[in-house]
Every structure is written in structure tokens, then in C-alpha cells.
Design a protein around this ligand. Structure first.
Ligand code: ADP
Ligand code: ZN
Ligand code: ZN
Length: 725
């Protein structure tokens, strides 16, 4: 009897055996429906075997083959196995990531576009009957060539919104293409760009990783496009991975204009199930020539894959921090190796891991040291004191003056502060009470507009207290600055300026971010206050000043990667200034102007800074010179967590003593956030200077942990962890 080994999306790290009824043509990679207990699950046939250890009467049959999907290609199955083994994640869940959503395809609706206008047919049909005033208004805003945003339309009320829905169905209205009318720019690559394209993609049928290190605006994106064009010209498909925040309509627009006629499939988790399925199929059939997407797109089936590009390879959003822990950049590199194709990692500030590889010539190292547009130069960076006597609402005189100049000249300013809310904490000046979350070891953030205190870790919310709950004093002081407080201060300091705040709170409503971006591009905003949402991927030609506040916080961080990340973030924010032909300036308020990070930032000297950091990491035996894995555990009680982790450490030490593998296991410690959402959290770090030793140790250790079966303790292993919170 033929037995099929099936990967199922469950937490147990095992495959499940089913028998294959005659008549079912099950191949490796076939997508199947099976029963597990009472559940019906989708699974993937991983293997066929002749016999199983399970008693015959307990082996169930495969119910059916899912014919809507082709069998998964062998390289993807191998990729899932790799992720499971390398990252120590349950095999079934790794395979499950390969599948597109198969859900309710029939009911999936077309997502709303940002902006609509009447079609020619719409103009004709509606000319005849306009009944109520609100419908007339609806019709008139939609008549304009630039149309109206869905947000504007919603404001006309429920009746008008319903009518708009009917018009959409009747195709009397159509989406307005973003940035319509901008002619495709025909760009001639400069010498450095051409060299980068050739070096990175020659030969096309060999695995070769390249690090493309180019300052912001140096034309890396154009290099990606040219490399993609080469792959497509050779009859291959290309995969371009971008960080979550970079996947903007602007990028799609650029691709459409740089690679006209190329069939593009954009993949991200925000799409409807139906859209994801149809794009997945287009890629699997080989119809899509270019797939662009966020980290999950690394698992897209591509029969003719010829090139992988990872843009902003240092970005932490490539690491999945929940569910299956994997790093899409590293999975992409492995996939390129499996398929024997080139892979390009691009960044202005490469991760130290990639930088070290390039330095040791394991990656080709391609550099674009200058901005591509000749008249555009990197912004000048000025460090100014953070705490000056003349500060007003956290803004010192130099920054205030710089903003005033821009406002007077009609140029835009971006004030960057990586904290949303009004103030990061609330303090009683009489007894030093601080508002803390009840469920986390974290301070509550003041959200003045909402009249609330909020926890940014678990979402817990309570009303702003009128008096101190500890001593009754009414003098409660919001400490520090967030985007909301800055927004208010700016409105008072520059009454004539139009101020806009862009953070997760102000862009919560669907389509809001797109609307704001358009307003900024159209020059309807003078001063922007924003978090890292604005740091990347946006090109605002009128923006000539970037002010940075509160960056020093990262210098106190316990995370050894904090300064590496801060530099990357600041260089990226700085890169927003002077993207056009107007020179840009960056003003950073800091108490530590001599810190090597700021000195390097002033000189835009990432290499110098990276060398300093690498020397430090080598001295302290930290990545990329050491390899890490983190065991994290959480439970309602602290004792349960500690007991579990202590036993885990005892097991680990016994195992290491017996095997002589060279790994170091540290004692259990509370996580950076020791309690989150009511759960106590702790962790154990494992370190080795030999990757092979770490990877020989981890599966054995995990097998022991699986057998411990601690009630109520949830645990997970994170290989190459990026977060220790
Ligand atoms: P990066 O991705 O490195 O930030 P981009 O590829 O976005 O840089 O290029 C920055 C700007 O320079 C864009 O407006 C782009 O159109 C322009 N650009 C890039 N390469 C060239 C070139 N060879 N000639 C003219 N303009 C270029
Ligand atoms: Zn008090
Ligand atoms: Zn909380």
C-alpha cells in the first residue's frame, strides 16, 4: 500500500502518514485535503513510502487532491525543509507558508482604490438624472479629471456612499491611476551602475551573491530594474523583495515605467485572498515575469527563476518575529543557491552580517558612492545641542530657525521622532508615581487627543487620570515628547504653516497614508512630523530639511544592534532631504556630538562606522563573529518560566558535556520586557563561534525540550535572533 507523508499546519514537528486511495495521482508537492482527528486540513505531500510504523487501522486515507493548485515545485519543498531545519521551526508550518490562501475566492471583492473619477460612460449616463443635492455633489467631485479620494466620498454620508458603490458596480466610475501623466523617464545608467548590473548578473546561470552598497539616491533601484530586465530578456523570471514599508504605489508606478510591458505580480499580506491566489498562480505558471513583494513573497513558486533582488537588505521587517521565525533575506540567498541564480542585496547601510561577507569576498562588493542625479548631493548634517536653555517644546533655536527659513521659502520640513503619542510617560511631581501598564512591565503612553493612557505593547487603554492615584495630587506631568506633542508645538510656533502628523495613529484608516502622501507631494503640507513610517521609500522633491529628535535614546539601549540600526535609520531619514535638485540639510539634536555614530553620520561614512562596529563585535564575540540562538518562554507565572528555563539549561549543559560541541549556554534571564500582556517572559541565549556546532546542538536540544511538555509554558527557539525584547 502506498503511504504518503504529509506536512500539515500544526505545531508538532512531524509529518503525518496517510494512504493513497487508488485513482489519486499524488505526486511530491501535491496539495491534499486530509483529516486529522476531527479537523480537515490542507497538507502537502512531501514523500511516498512503502511502509509506516503506525498500525494500519489508524492510518487514514487522503480525502482528495486540491486541483485548484499545481503540485509545489521541488525547490520550494526543499526550501521549506531548509527553513524548518535551519530555523528549528515545525516542518508542517514551514510547508504551510508555501501555500496561497485558498479561502472564499468567490466572495472576495476588489479592494477599493485610493481615488476615483467618472468614466466616459459615467459622464453620459449621469447627465440625465441627478436627483438629490448630495448625489449632485458626489457627481460633481467625481467629474474632475483628478477625481475624489474614497475618504472624501465617505464624508458625503451613507446614502452617497451606497450610490458610489452602485456606480462602481455599473462601471460608471474608475480608479484614477497614481501619478497619472508622468512620462516614463528614460534613464541612461551611469558607469558605476552599468558595472554593477554586469558584475551582479554575469553569468546569469550561476549562484553568485552581490552586495550593492550605494548611498541614498545613488540609483540602486535603477540597477535592480536593469538587472531584472536582463533576466527577463534571457527568458527568466525575477523576484524583488522589499521591506514592508517600501511597497508603495510609487514603487509600482516606477516599475511600470522602467519596465514597460513586463507582467508584474505584486504580493503582500494586505491583499485579498483571491488576489493573492491569482498572483500566485500567475507566478507558478510562469506568466508573471517579475514578482515584487514583502518577506512572504520569498516563497512564491517561480519555475523560470533567474534573479533575486533584496532591497534594503538590512531592514528588520525581513525577519518574521512571530509564527515561523525566518529571515527572508537569508532564505532568499539559500533559494538562489538552490536554483543557481544570482542574488543582489542592496542597501545604503548594509547589515554587518552582509558587510562582513563582502569584506571577506564571499559576496561581490559593488559600490555606488555618489548620488545618481549630478546636481543632487547628499544632505549636509549638522549636530546641535539637545538640551539648550532656549529650547521650546524640545526644539532648540538652531532647529527652530532652520524650520522658519523653510517655511518662509515654501520648502518642506520633516521632523523625525520615533515615538508616537503625546508623551512617553506620565509622572506625578509630588510622589514620583508613574503610569504603568497593569499587564506589562512598561510605562503607559499619554495620548492626549484620545484622552487616554495606552500601552504600546499590549494595547491596554485607560482614561487620563485627573489626579495621582497614589497621593491624590493633581499636578501630573507628561514627560518627554511624542509625535502628537510635537505636532501641537509646531502649530503654535509656526501659526502660518500647515502641519501634518504621519504615524501609525494618524494613518490607521484605510487609504489614509496614500491620501497623506499625495497631499505632501502636491505641496499641501509645510511641516511633517513623523515616525519611521516616513523614513523610507518616499521621494518628496520639495523636502529640504530633516530635523531629528530623540535619537540619543538608542545609545542607551541594551541591544547590541541598537547603534547599527540607528545609523541605518538616520541615514535613511537624512536621505529624504534634498532628493530633488534643491540641497538638503539634516539637523540632529543630540547630547553626544562626539559619539562615533554621529561623527560618521556627518561624513556619510558608513564604511568607517561599520569598521568600528565590526572591531567592537569581534572583541566582544558578538555577531557576525558569533552565532546566536535564543530560547524564549512565557507563562502566567514567573516560577513556571524560571523552572522551565532552568531545566532547559541543565539539559543543554548535559548535552554539551556529552557531545563536546563548542557552544555556550547562558543562564536564564528575564526578557527585555519581563511581562507582556499578563505573561511572564524569560530567555536563554546560546552562542557559538562555529555555526556547525550550533546547528548540531540545536535539534538535539529541541528534542529534549519537546519532551519536557511543560504545562502552560509556551516556548520558541529563534535562530539568528534580531530582537531580545
Ligand atoms: P536609490 O534606490 O539608490 O535610493 P534611485 O534608484 O531611487 O536611488 O535613484 C535616485 C534618483 O536618481 C531617482 O530619481 C532616479 O530616477 C534617478 N536616477 C538614478 N539613476 C539615474 C541615472 N543613471 N541618470 C539619471 N537619473 C538617475
Ligand atoms: Zn502622586
Ligand atoms: Zn501592556
Amino acid at each position: 500500500m502506498a503511504i504518503v507523508r504529509v506536512a500539515l499546519p500544526v505545531a508538532a514537528d512531524q509529518l503525518f502518514d496517510y494512504w493513497s486511495p487508488s485513482g489519486l495521482e499524488i505526486q511530491r508537492g501535491s496539495v491534499l485535503r486530509v483529516r486529522l482527528g476531527r479537523r480537515r486540513l490542507l497538507g502537502i505531500a512531501v514523500d511516498r513510502v512503502e511502509a509506516t510504523d503506525i498500525a494500519p487501522e489508524r492510518v487514514a486515507p487522503v480525502d482528495e487532491i486540491v486541483t485548484a493548485l499545481p503540485p509545489l515545485p521541488a525547490d520550494l519543498c526543499e526550501l521549506a525543509r531548509f527553513v524548518s531545519e535551519y530555523y528549528q521551526q515545525p516542518i508542517g508550518q514551514c510547508f504551510a507558508q508555501l501555500l496561497p490562501p485558498l479561502g472564499s475566492t468567490a466572495r472576495a471583492r476588489t479592494p477599493l482604490a485610493d481615488r476615483y473619477r467618472l468614466t466616459a460612460g459615467g459622464h453620459a449616463a449621469l447627465a440625465r438624472h441627478a436627483d438629490t443635492r448630495s448625489l449632485l455633489r458626489l457627481q460633481s467631485v467625481l467629474s474632475a479629471p483628478e477625481g475624489a479620494t474614497t475618504d472624501e466620498l465617505r464624508r458625503f454620508g451613507a446614502q452617497a456612499w451606497r450610490t458610489f458603490g452602485v456606480w462602481r458596480k455599473q462601471r460608471l466610475v474608475e480608479p484614477v491611476p497614481e501619478q497619472e501623466g508622468i512620462a516614463p523617464a528614460s534613464i541612461v545608467l551611469n558607469v558605476a551602475q552599468k558595472a554593477a548590473v554586469i558584475e551582479a548578473t554575469t553569468p546569469m546561470d550561476r549562484f553568485a551573491p552581490s552586495l550593492l552598497q550605494g548611498v541614498t539616491g545613488s540609483g540602486k533601484t535603477e540597477v535592480y530594474f536593469a538587472a531584472v530586465a536582463r533576466a527577463i530578456a534571457a527568458g527568466r523570471q525575477a523576484l524583488l523583495l522589499v521591506p514592508e514599508i517600501n511597497l508603495t504605489p510609487q514603487l509600482e508606478q516606477r516599475i511600470a515605467s522602467a519596465l514597460p510591458g513586463v507582467s508584474l505580480a505584486v504580493v503582500h499580506s494586505g491583499l485579498s485572498s483571491a488576489a493573492r491566489l491569482s498572483r500566485w498562480l500567475a507566478a507558478a505558471r510562469g506568466d508573471a515575469q517579475l514578482v515584487v513583494g514583502t518577506r512572504l513573497a520569498v516563497y512564491t513558486p517561480l519555475p523560470r527563476l533567474g534573479l533575486i533582488v533584496v532591497d534594503e537588505e538590512h531592514d528588520v521587517s525581513f525577519k518574521q518575529q512571530d509564527g515561523v521565525r525566518y529571515h527572508a533575506r537569508d532564505v532568499a540567498i539559500y533559494r538562489a543557491r538552490l536554483r543557481d541564480v544570482p542574488v543582489i542585496l542592496g542597501s545604503a547601510t548594509p547589515s554587518l552580517e552582509s558587510y562582513a561577507h563582502a569584506r571577506r569576498r564571499r559576496y561581490r562588493w559593488l559600490k555606488l558612492p555618489q548620488r545618481a542625479i549630478t546636481r543632487s548631493v547628499l544632505p549636509s548634517v549638522r549636530l546641535v545641542p539637545n538640551r539648550a536653555a532656549d529650547s521650546r517644546e524640545g526644539l532648540g533655536a538652531p532647529l527652530r530657525q532652520a524650520i522658519a527659513d523653510r517655511v518662509a521659502r515654501g520648502e518642506q520640513t520633516l521632523l523625525f521622532i520615533n515615538r508616537r503619542g503625546f508623551a512617553p510617560s506620565l509622572l506625578c511631581v509630588a510622589c514620583a508615581w508613574k503610569a504603568m501598564c497593569r499587564r506589562c512591565t512598561a510605562r503607559l503612553v499619554v495620548h492626549r487627543d484620545a484622552g487616554a493612557l495606552r500601552c504600546h505593547h499590549c494595547g491596554y487603554t485607560e482614561g487620563l487620570p485627573a489626579a495621582c492615584p497614589a497621593c491624590g495630587n493633581q499636578d501630573l506631568l507628561p514627560l518627554g515628547f511624542g509625535t502628537q506633542r510635537l505636532e501641537r508645538a509646531l502649530a503654535e510656533l509656526y501659526p502660518s504653516a500647515r502641519v501634518m502628523r504621519v504615524d501609525r495613529d494618524s494613518t490607521r484608516r484605510k487609504g489614509m497614508f496614500a491620501t497623506m502622501r499625495r497631499a505632501i507631494a502636491a505641496g499641501e503640507v509645510d511641516i511633517l512630523v513623523g515616525t519611521q513610517m516616513l523614513a523610507k521609500g518616499h521621494d518628496f522633491p520639495r523636502l529640504t530639511l530633516v530635523g531629528v529628535l530623540g535619537a540619543d535614546n538608542a545609545l542607551y539601549s541594551a541591544d547590541f544592534r541598537a547603534t547599527e540600526r540607528l545609523f541605518a535609520l538616520l541615514e535613511q531619514v537624512a536621505g529624504r532631504a534634498g532628493r530633488g535638485i534643491m540641497a538638503g540639510e539634516v539637523v540632529v539634536q543630540t547630547d553626544f556630538p562626539d559619539h562615533p555614530l554621529y561623527v560618521a553620520l556627518v561624513g556619510h561614512d558608513y564604511d568607517g562606522f561599520a569598521e568600528t562596529l565590526l572591531a567592537e563585535r569581534e572583541r566582544l564575540d558578538l555577531p557576525p563573529f558569533a552565532h546566536l540562538a535564543l530560547l524564549s518562554a512565557e507563562a502566567p507565572g514567573r516560577e513556571a518560566v524560571t523552572a522551565f528555563l532552568e531545566r532547559a539549561v541543565a539539559h543543554a549543559r548535559a548535552l554539551l558535556a556529552a557531545s563536546k560541541l563548542r557552544c555556550e549556554v547562558y543562564s536564564p534571564v528575564p526578557a527585555g520586557l519581563a511581562r507582556r500582556a499578563g505573561l511572564e517572559r524569560g530567555q536563554v541565549l546560546v552562542q557559538s563561534s562555529e555555526r556547525s556546532a550550533l546547528h548540531a546542538f540545536l535539534p538535539r536540544w529541541r528534542a529534549l525540550l519537546e519532551r519536557m511538555r511543560q504545562q502552560r509554558v509556551r516556548w520558541v527557539i529563534d535562530v539568528d535572533p534580531l530582537a531580545f525584547a
